[in-house]
Design a binder for this molecule. Sequence first.
Ligand SMILES: [Zn+2]
Length: 94
Amino acid sequence: MSLASRELSRQDWDSVQCGCGKPARHLVALLESAIDGNAGALRALDGHVFVQSILMAPAPAACAGVVAVMVVALTTVMLLAAGASRWFTPPITA
Ligand SMILES: [Zn+2]
């Protein structure tokens, strides 16, 4: 399980109302798709996590997953720049 997936699993999606009016749990698959590199999945968050420029209730939980993706990507770039010879997945700490 990646750091981002773990972060997504920590959220109580059922208790948060999505911007579309449904429980926010349906966003998890969309966010996991974004984690897997599907840029279209991020655009699909419009109307759910944000509406135009207005953040909706699931925004903090969604941002936690997005930030985790960025941490992994930045760590990977830094390690490659420092001379690491292969991709590296940082360990997950509890
Ligand atoms: Zn929604």
